[in-house]
Ligand binder design. Sequence first.
Ligand code: FNR
Length: 184
Amino acid sequence: SQLNIGVVVGSARRDAFSKKAAEELVSYLPESYQVKFLKIEQLELFNQDYDDDGTTPESWKTFREEVKGMDAYIFVTPEYNRSIPPVLKNALDIASRPYGQNCWSGKPGAVVSVSPGATGAFGANHHLRQVLTFLNIYTMQQPEVYLSNVGDLLDDNGNFIEGTKGFIKSAAEAYTDWVSKFKR
Ligand code: FNR
């Protein structure tokens, strides 16, 4: 049976390395996985008033329904100032509310962090894990996926080099295994 996999990329940048990494990862998932990249950059900045006074933006409503409809998630994020980018935090917050209506809850997930720098967006990876814990997403622990010096992991055609493909493929297999442990 089909599984709906929601991919959330923490960058709206046209040529985002994190989007490239996400596309590579999902290319190794089974055919029964229906992969959807969840768009987040159009979401109005969270303000609790909009829910409290009944002016909830349409974009939030649509996004919350989308998130609820997924069976599992994959988060691929860059690092901004040693944390996650605001566009990603905003999306996580929006679908976690109103209070008691956390749309993320009870689903498996995985975290991939990507950086052109040496530290592999470790700070973002672990700040994200902290948030996902509270959102009650069952985050895969191993393998941890830090793609550091990502510029060096891409060849002249913009494709990941063989070693990195192998690593990302093994992460995709571990994720498939992880997702299979959870009942729907
Ligand atoms: C960055 N960048 C960055 N990189 C990093 O490894 N650690 C960091 O703390 C930061 N901080 C940071 C803050 C801000 C505001 C910006 C705009 C950028 C660089 C970042 O990794 C780089 O721009 C990536 O290319 C962003 O990821 P995408 O868009 O390619 O996925």
